[in-house]
Design a protein around this ligand. Structure first.
Ligand code: DGL
Length: 272
């Protein structure tokens, strides 16, 4: 009887999900869509954005601190809603903590399904695009594709400021997407969780001949699979989602509401 109660309680715990900033919201919204009975604690580690400019050692220290924070808050699972943090830390972090951890990586398998020419692109942060981890994923999941990786400088920082209609963002995107188009790709994977918020703009630049894919749905399916396997799926949403930032909470709320197109209730600044 006691066992059953403990188990039930564990199922109702929230899922912890984090990124360096607002990009992780593109993953959160997909997980929320697939798993409406779950509750979430989202952390935007905006004090440390951009992760793409940190060393591997710094990233591991930052991610360790966030994981410990989530453990104190009692979450049942952690989602790294950031490609950069995933490719540089997930193996190390999984080896240190027993809690289930899902990561985010560019959707490479989907690329091989949608391409007709065999030439595909990955748009990511400079750090992700040059990582060995990503190179290995490409080798394993798409050995027959010609994959062109472009590291987009400063794009995630611009998205952090909100107001996506700025020329500065259009110019930056145009520059990086043109590079991929010039390689002749017919599919592009968005390898940074900030970029799905620019999907319309990207599609305008590429035109209809290039498929744009992101990782949100794949991550949400992975989260569901892990929770199912561990018998941890919640049957009823039992608490409101909470949004934490290590940066400025007013700015986070303004930009998050702009990106999600809805009001969010609980935003708090924290120190980690
Ligand atoms: N959203 C993060 C990613 O997916 C951005 C990384 C950064 O802060 O540079 O890689």
């Amino acid at each position: 009887m006691l066992m059953t109660n403990v188990f039930l309680r564990e199922k109702t715990l929230p899922i912890g999900i984090f990124d360096s900033g607002v990009g992780g919201l593109s993953i959160l919204r997909e997980v929320q869509k697939l798993l409406p009975n779950e509750s979430f604690i989202f952390i935007a580690d905006q004090k440390n954005v951009p992760y793409g400019e940190k060393t591997e050692e710094e990233l591991n220290e930052i991610v360790s601190r966030i994981v410990k924070y989530f453990l104190k808050k009692k979450v049942k699972m952690i989602v790294i809603a950031c490609n950069t943090a995933t490719v540089y830390t997930i193996e190390n972090i999984r080896s240190k903590y027993a809690i289930p951890i899902a990561g985010t990586v560019p959707a490479i398998k989907v690329l091989s399904k949608v391409t007709k020419t065999g030439k595909v692109g990955i748009l990511a942060t400079p750090a992700t695009s040059k990582s060995l981890y990503l190179a290995q994923l490409c080798k394993i999941h798409a050995p027959n594709l010609e994959i062109f990786k472009v590291g987009a400088t400063h794009l995630e920082e611009m998205i952090e400021d909100g107001n996506l209609e700025r020329n500065e963002i259009n110019d930056n995107l145009e520059y990086h997407i043109r590079k991929l188009i010039n390689f002749g790709v017919d599919a592009i994977s968005l390898g940074c969780t900030h970029y799905p918020f620019l999907r319309d703009k990207i599609e305008k630049i590429t035109g209809p001949g290039v498929a744009i894919v992101d990782s949100g749905f794949a991550v949400s399916k992975q989260v569901k699979k892990v929770l199912e396997e561990k018998d941890l799926l919640s049957e009823l949403k039992n608490q409101e989602d909470i949004y934490y930032t290590t940066g400025n909470e007013k700015r986070f709320r303004r930009v998050a509401e702009e990106l999600l197109g809805k009001k969010i209730k609980h935003v708090k600044k924290i120190k980690i």
